[in-house]
Write a new protein. Structure first.
Length: 219
């Protein structure tokens, strides 16, 4: 890592895996963390909505259906801010490779679909460090729908039911996720995402990720 100058100025590296639910992020993050550790680097993972102080409040508000578009956005921003201060930056300062399951781009996609202005969102997250590498797992809505139904089942919020897209659960999921994908696609060029075909096999995707990560790790 010594030869690579990070984009954020900290000693460690910040690698983001982005994509919607069902895109295969968790599997690839687990594989990447294990591979990085096998190269004798310290690695840690931080997931979206895991702040010790905020996550429970978000879950409670969701369960009680108390969130409008603005409180939804601000609570997730608070979760991110807390994780950044308490977990992410300390790990970067210590020289770890920090792998993030979703980053501010998830907020951009979801919150724009819920009606917020992108410039307002960029200002809300303007303190976020620039990642050294961002992978985006691109999966068509039809395949996402099959994967979600076959695993966790359709979620009220991940289907956009809170913004009244459709009274039909499946249709609402298709519309909401389709709009989120449109927002992600807009960000690919602007933020330099490394877009990967999420319909490839786990092994194929892992190989593509590793081939890129080798460029910023001395291996």
């Amino acid at each position: 890592m010594a030869k690579y100058k990070s984009k954020h100025g900290y000693e460690g590296l910040l690698i983001v895996i982005e994509g919607t639910d069902g895109s295969g992020k968790s599997t690839q993050i687990s594989k990447l963390k294990r591979w990085i550790e096998d190269q004798s680097y310290g690695a840690m993972v931080s997931e979206w909505k895991t702040s010790k102080f905020i996550a429970d409040a978000i879950n409670d508000a969701k369960d009680r259906n108390l969130l409008n578009a603005t409180t939804f956005s601000l609570l997730y921003a608070a979760d991110f801010a807390d994780r950044l201060e308490q977990v992410i930056i300390p790990a970067l300062k210590a020289g770890f490779v920090v792998i993030l399951d979703r980053y501010i781009y998830t907020a951009y996609a979801r919150d724009v679909v819920r009606g917020h202005n992108i410039e307002w969102l960029k200002n809300l997250y303007d303190y976020a460090p620039e990642p050294d590498m961002v992978f985006y797992l691109d999966v068509p809505v039809e395949i996402l729908l099959k994967r979600i139904i076959g695993t966790t089942g359709l979620d009220y919020w991940e289907s956009g039911r809170d913004i009244g897209l459709s009274s039909d659960f499946y249709k609402s999921f298709q519309i909401y996720q389709g709009k989120c994908l449109e927002e992600y696609h807009k960000m690919i060029e602007e933020y330099g995402f490394i877009a990967l075909d999420g319909t490839l096999t786990e092994k194929e995707i892992h190989k593509k990720i590793i081939s890129q990560v080798k460029n910023i790790l001395e291996v």
